[in-house]
Design a protein around this ligand. Sequence first.
Ligand code: FAD
Ligand code: AMP
Length: 490
Amino acid sequence: MAVKYDIAIVGGGPGGYVAAIRATQLGAKVAVIEKERLGGTCLNVGCIPTKTIIKSVRVLEEMRRADRFGIEVDHPETIRPNLEKIMARKDAVVNQLVAGVEGLFKAYKIDLYKGRGRLLSPNRVSVETTSGSISPELTELEASNIILATGSAISRLPIPGIDLDGVIDSNTILSLKELPQSLIIIGGGIIGVEWAGIMAPLGTKVTILEALPNILLPVDDEIRQRFQVSLKKLGVVVNTGAKVEAIEPTISRRTEATRGLDPHSQSEKLTVHFSTAKGPQTATAQMVMVAVGRSPYTEGLGLAEIGVNFNRRAVISNERMETNVEHLYAIGDVTQRIMLAHVASAEGEVAVENIMGHSRVMDYRAIPNCIYTNPELASVGPTEQELKATGVRYKVSKFPFSALGRAVTIDETSGIVKLLLSEDKGEILAAHIMGPDATDLIAELVLAVKEQITAEELSQIVHAHPTLSEAIQEAALGGVKGASPIHFKR
Ligand code: FAD
Ligand code: AMP
């Protein structure tokens, strides 16, 4: 007989596990079905491992410039990354956090079913468990409500050579054993650019090939242009308008190598063919990373059989997270709305609160978007180019970190806070930051955008000195009629 639950959640990523905890807090009996490890993409192969590795890279960068802070290192050339140890720390952090979620599941008495979930009807799910050589076991759960939180998977690039040795992706790069001398990253989205910012300081020569006219397309144009200067300083080569069409082994070099003629051959064993406005071109590298996006994961879920509306694999849900099938909800990456962990979690909370009778809708106006490069990028609300396109009347106020005391004390002065304000009332419509701790600083501006705070109101909030947050207060002052920043004059 099937076990009965108030809510069954398929997928235990930041969407599913947060929904499960919140639902239990609200008094529901909850089951989560997860085919791999709790924590999903975010904890296991996404946000957490990458940001852990990025911390190692920041330590390396800080040590390399120790002399700027009056710290002497006898042999600076001995400061070097140890990839094995960096990866071991990353694994330890991931394991600690996954264990933390497992512990919370026990504490909240959430039933975890390890296996692949499949919808049998709008209130029945089967769980297929395969362990070792034992044939699959099927368990059936009955639930008054079901939440689909199956996330996303790496999009495959359907080109010749994609399966060659040395072609990696955002999952397999996490188990690199040695740093390649050179790496071509196909795709200049957030994942591709974050990895460029990891690999270049570690000593790898990085080339990004991006099909579109710009990398990081959702970023404000002005911020992107400033950021590209930093990427260039790192030695990252960016080719835009470069559509990759094939990868193949670098045959001529390999032949020379076997003859012992080319000592560099091992470092450039892959040739990437791409087309640009100038015609067909090639680039060579030791490894190629494919970072061309992620697709909703709905494989084997049985959506069509029970009549769930979906669109190119993305499950369609409304702002209450309801699908077209009653009592069936969809949250997170599988909806393809905004593929970010905090959005998945927020949607999870909205779904369970609606299930439990607390009516809520998701508010997508104030979602922070963070890119963990050096310097960091963070934003909330539309870009300036988007505002222009929609004809909204706006004004801009900016403040540079180079004029901020705290930024000078930490020697991180590159970047700006840029606010986009409504022309009439000075309401904060959007904010774009490039600079130190941008990904934390953005929180204040998310509140400002969500609560429709004006630049004047924000400028009157007392900010601690010396802190990086004063850059926000200064930028807000610049947007107030008759005022301007205190520490900067054009
Ligand atoms: P997922 O985290 O993908 O979880 C879905 C879970 O469902 C998985 O564990 C999967 O195994 C399971 N599942 C799927 N189908 C079934 C089934 N039939 N039965 C049982 N289980 C199933 N976002 C940020 O906000 N900040 C970042 O810094 C960030 N960095 C990232 C870096 C990288 C390299 C990547 C790849 C992603 C990053 N993301 C980041 C995106 C973030 O990881 C996702 O947006 C987030 O994990 C989505 O959460 P989710 O719960 O919807 O899905
Ligand atoms: P994102 O969707 O943010 O992860 O970014 C993926 C990026 O990869 C996008 O900017 C795409 O334009 C880019 N991309 C997709 N296919 C190709 C290709 N064949 N060659 C180069 N870039 C690509």
